[in-house]
Design a binder for this molecule. Structure first.
Ligand code: GCV
Length: 836
């Protein structure tokens, strides 16, 4: 998609074109001295003791990886060869086959041991798993070491997964679309059935297994009732089959009303014996077809889904009735903690959606069966750009839990903005909720380590799709990689994760790696700077596409994502003293910190407190000035990402270079749209001017509505902040033009055309200077799959930048627009800036 936007990329050396399909499993050739060292260290044979489906994957993957990296095709064998070999097996199998190696250890489920063993003059590189999955993860770990240039000649390393649940959720609808998916259509479903060709599922399983993911739900949590129809089981079984060689268990999302809607009962009351029997027989039928079925994820009583409240039953009643049918087979039930009322009265200042998860679940602590975990979103609202850790993590002592993190970038610029989320997740995972005597970081709580729960862990909502690069943006793959690495080992740092990912994905060039790492590590703060600083949450179209700017969309409605900005101040008062009392849901040490403006961190100030715009932050700035400054800083940071990426021309393979450049250029334009929209809104609301004089003053900008218009008509834009000056022009004729006279000094300039790329049509634009066409393009971005935006607004607002244009005073600048379909060739402004 991104390559469409780009013109005139610098001449590039011919590097191998890459689509992003292989993600971090490229197995690029090792070069130089390292090649000789690895060829020496890696034996010619890979022998398999564990002749299972997963075992065969491990062996084939080892051959594939070593062939790619070392240019050697290892010989495959079974048993313990009498020559140097990589030996793959479970620890038990290895002990039986080679007792002399004395591999005495006990490995917990799904862990592995990489060990070099010298025996009888032969050197073995042993990959011992606690079980088949552990062995597969060990094989991938060995390959990763080679890919990362780490030593492998003398190994003795055990790795244990941090938690048992390391799952992915996909929000795929059975019709083949994906809720909040930005990487194309479903890899699982098409027209209500499993796809005929499931090879993408298998390839996805391989990517997931390479990092230790052991389960994946395959349908939307807003579940189609058909998922539990008896004749649907074979469809699920086909997908399970595609995942099985990679040890990824299939998980299903279900609708709680299914006993009635599918089962034909007159009730779905969880305490009705017939309902319990229905769940048991339905789940037994699934296990009959899919013995390694992982379990169920359930969204009930949330956002219109039915739930136990219909019968005045509790969430524990609901969870347990579903969980009991899974229990005999070792299946798990993940019950979503995302339960809230979306019809709250916004006028009542005591109402607060952030309270909902805790209020709904903490009294039920201890009432859930042992194979149930509450799946809790990282923050109390909904994947906003910054939220505190959900207090519910610290409130459940007798109930298992899992953290839900969103890999798909619903509120994070969808696939159109680069935002590396690992630093954000780390902040939550490392946050100490003071739930026990020693340190109780969220990661330990969710893994069940603090209160000794039998299950627990990590769930990532990934929503990969059929796009070649899986997520619609090469850079977004780092989020999937990072989520899985954290699920395996949340003690890894953001820098370690990004450095691994970058080297595996883009190779070993220090200039490339440094640029990408720097960009990724700063990208969350950058995005926050221009979309919702100080705990404001995303100032986006809350009731619509969750993408464009709409500062007031969160207000005066029942959804409860309020920031309560008005002419006097801004922020939600969540204090115990005067506010909603949310802060009181934390344990005292945490509550104390948030309750006082003096100790509440600036980053969460407006999440916790309502303050005047003149409130002075710990960093010395007033709130209003910080809002202005952060938006200018964020927009400038993205411009710098573009400049930094351009310096990599010729160092990154051409396709990915172009794709990322186009994506970043688009993001830079969007960041400016956000900057102007939010700062103008707050300037108007607060009546306080920007001390730096930037807001409302745009040197070199000419509004479309003030140009000479031929055919174009002026439109009010809603919300007003979504267009410069609140207005734009659109063309209702066959073609239109907007003209202006350049009045500045002669010289070289960058011309920025801020136009609108509306959905369902591809308008054409042509820019003239005098009698010469200096650029022409088609507005054909696909921005919001499944949510076409036909409006002139911040979502469709798009920047075309033409650099190196010679201008003289008096030059006529003319933009011609030719509408197409719903695309009215809209124009916001033209900006002329001296070339930097
Ligand atoms: C799958 C948010 C999203 C919904 C999503 C929901 C959830 O509200 O916007 O698309 O529904 O969260 O997590 O259940």
């Amino acid at each position: 998609m991104w390559s469409k936007l780009l013109v005139g990329a610098a001449a590039l050396v011919a590097l191998h074109a890459e689509t992003g399909y292989d993600a971090w499993l490229r197995y690029a050739p090792v070069e130089g001295a390292a090649l000789a060292q690895y060829r020496q260290a890696i034996p010619a044979v890979v022998s398999l003791l564990d002749d299972s489906e997963i075992g065969r994957s491990a062996q084939a993957e080892t051959v594939r990886g070593m062939r790619g990296m070392l240019g050697r095709t290892l010989r495959t064998e079974a048993g313990v060869p009498s020559e140097n070999a990589i030996v793959l097996g479970t620890l038990d199998e290895i002990r039986r086959a080679a007792p002399a190696w004395r591999l005495d250890a006990s490995l917990p489920a799904e862990s592995f041991w990489l060990k070099t063993v010298a025996s009888g003059g032969v050197r073995y590189t042993v990959v011992a798993g606690a079980d088949a999955r552990g062995m597969l993860y060990g094989a991938f770990a060995l390959l990763r070491k080679v890919a990362l240039g780490q030593p492998v000649a003398s190994l003795d390393e055990k790795q244990l997964p941090y938690a048992r649940i390391r799952w992915i959720n996909q929000w795929d609808r059975l019709n083949g679309t994906i809720e909040r998916g930005y990487g194309g259509a479903s890899i699982f479903w098409e027209d209500g059935k499993a796809r005929a060709d499931l090879s993408r599922v298998s390839d996805y399983g391989r990517l997931l297994a390479s990092l230790g993911i052991n389960g994946c739900s395959i349908n939307n949590v807003n579940a189609d009732i058909k998922a539990l129809a008896p004749d649907f089981v074979p469809q699920i079984a086909r997908i399970a089959e595609a995942f099985r060689p990679w040890g990824v268990r299939v998980v299903l999302a279900v609708d709680f009303g299914s006993p009635q809607s599918v089962g034909g009962l007159d009730t779905f009351d969880p305490l009705d014996a017939r309902v319990a029997a229905w769940w048991q027989s339905t789940e037994a039928a699934i296990y009959k077809a899919i013995p390694d079925f992982g379990g169920i994820v359930l969204k009930a009583d949330s956002e219109g889904r039915v739930g136990p409240s219909t019968y005045h039953r509790t969430h524990a009643d609901a969870a347990n009735v579903v969980a009991r049918g899974l229990k005999p087979y070792g299946g798990l039930l993940l019950y979503r903690g995302f339960v809230y009322d979306h019809h709250m009265d916004w006028r009542n200042l005591k109402n607060d959606r952030a309270r909902a998860a805790y209020d709904n679940f903490h009294d039920l602590d201890g009432q859930f069966d042992d194979n149930v975990a509450i799946q809790i979103k990282n923050g109390p609202i909904d994947f906003q750009v910054r939220e505190p850790a959900s207090p519910l993590f610290g409130a459940l002592e007798k109930t298992s839990q899992a953290i839900e993190l969103q890999v798909t970038q619903e509120y994070m610029g969808q696939a159109h903005h680069t935002v590396f989320l690992v630093p954000m997740w780390k902040e939550t995972l490392d946050f100490d909720l003071h739930a026990g005597p020693g340190p109780t970081p969220v990661k330990a709580l969710v893994a069940g380590r603090v209160f000794h729960r039998p299950i627990g862990g990590f769930v990532g909502v990934a929503n990969v799709g059929m796009d070649r690069d899986w997520l619609g943006n090469h850079m977004s793959q780092a989020n999937l990689y990072g989520f899985a690495r954290l699920a395996w080992n949340p003690d890894l740092t953001s820098s370690e994760i990004v450095s691994e990912w970058t080297r595996l994905t883009f190779g070993d060039n220090p200039a490339v790696d440094k640029t990408i790492e720097q960009m990724q590590l700063t990208s969350w703060r950058t995005y926050e700077d221009y979309t919702g600083p100080l705990g404001l949450q995303n100032l986006t179209d809350i009731t619509g596409n969750h993408y464009g700017v709409n500062v007031e969309a969160s207000e005066r409605n029942g959804w409860g994502q309020w920031h309560r900005a008005d002419e006097k101040g801004v922020g939600m008062d969540r204090t115990v003293a005067t506010g909603t009392g949310y802060i009181g849901q934390y344990r005292p040490a945490v509550a104390k910190m948030y309750e006082s403006e003096a100790t509440c961190p600036d980053d969460l100030l407006l999440f916790m407190h309502h303050v005047p715009y003149t409130h002075v932050l710990h960093n010395g700035k007033t709130v209003i000035q910080y809002i202005y400054d952060s938006h200018y800083r964020g927009a400038e940071a993205v411009e710098e990402y573009v400049r930094a990426w351009r310096r990599l021309a010729g160092l990154v393979d051409e396709q990915r270079y172009r794709d990322v450049l186009a994506q970043l250029e688009y993001q830079a334009g969007q960041a400016e749209v956000w900057r102007d929209a939010v700062t103008n809104w707050f300037a108007r609301a607060s009546g306080i001017a920007d001390a730096e004089g930037r807001v409302g003053h745009y040197p070199g900008r000419t509004e479309a509505e003030s140009m000479q218009l031929q055919g174009y008509t002026v439109r009010e834009v809603t919300p007003a902040e979504d267009a410069s000056g609140g207005k734009a022009v659109a063309c209702a004729a066959a073609s239109c033009a907007a003209e202006m006279k350049y009045q500045g000094a002669a010289g070289w300039y960058t011309v920025r055309v801020e136009y609108f790329d509306q959905a369902e049509g591809a308008a054409k634009f042509r820019l003239w200077v005098g009698k010469q066409v200096v650029d022409e393009w088609t507005a054909d971005l696909t921005l919001l799959p499944g949510r076409p935006d036909r409006r002139l607004d911040s979502t469709t607002s798009t920047r075309r930048q033409i650099t190196g244009v010679a201008l003289r005073p008096g030059d006529e600048i003319r933009l011609e627009g030719v509408p197409n379909g719903s695309d009215q060739a809209g124009l916001d402004y033209i900006e002329i800036l001296p070339v930097r």
